[in-house]
Design a protein. Structure first.
Length: 150
C-alpha cells in the first residue's frame, strides 16, 4: 500500500516536471523538484531516518560484541607461533591494485598519494602490518571510518 502510494506520487511529480521542462515555466519545474522530498514524505506517511537513528544503527551493527562476531572462531596468535611475513613487495602490489578516486578516510589521505610514495613508505607499512599480526595493538586511526548510507 505504501509502495503504491509512493509510486503514484512519483508518477504524478514526473508528469508535472516533464510538462514544465517542455515549456517556459522552468522555474516551476525546479520548485517542484525542491518540494519533491517534502511532498513525498507527507503524502506517503513516511518519515525520514534521523541522524541519531543512523548513528545507533551503525553503532550496533559494527560492534565487536555482536553475536555474529562472538560466534565466529577467533585465531589468537601467541609469540611462539610463526606469523606469515608481509613483504614490502606485497604491500606495494596491494596498494597499486587499489582503485583511484575513492573516498579518503577520516584523515583525508588519498590512495593516489600512497601509490606515488617512495619505497620507504611501503617498508614502514609492511613493518606496521607485521607488528599487528604479531599481536601488537592496531592503530586507533585504522579503526575509524566515514560511512555513507545510500
Amino acid at each position: 500500500m505504501i509502495n503504491t502510494s509512493k509510486n503514484e506520487t512519483w508518477q504524478k511529480k514526473c508528469s508535472e516536471i516533464n510538462c514544465y521542462l517542455g515549456s517556459t515555466r522552468l522555474s516551476k519545474a525546479w520548485n517542484t523538484l525542491k518540494g519533491l522530498r517534502k511532498d513525498t514524505q507527507e503524502k506517503s506517511n513516511m518519515s525520514l531516518i534521523t541522524m541519531e537513528e543512523w548513528k545507533n544503527y551503525y553503532k550496533m551493527l559494527l560492534t565487536e560484541e555482536r553475536t555474529e562476531f562472538l560466534m565466529t572462531e577467533q585465531h589468537e596468535y601467541t609469540n611462539d607461533q610463526q606469523v606469515t611475513e608481509i613483504t614490502t613487495q606485497e604491500v606495494s602490489r596491494a596498494v597499486k591494485e587499489m582503485k583511484n578516486r575513492k573516498a579518503a578516510g577520516p584523515r583525508g589521505l588519498q590512495i593516489e598519494l600512497i601509490k606515488n610514495a617512495p619505497a620507504g613508505v611501503y617498508e614502514i607499512l609492511a613493518r606496521i602490518f607485521k607488528k599487528c599480526l604479531q599481536g601488537q595493538e592496531i592503530p586507533q586511526e585504522w579503526k575509524k571510518a566515514h560511512i555513507t548510507s545510500i
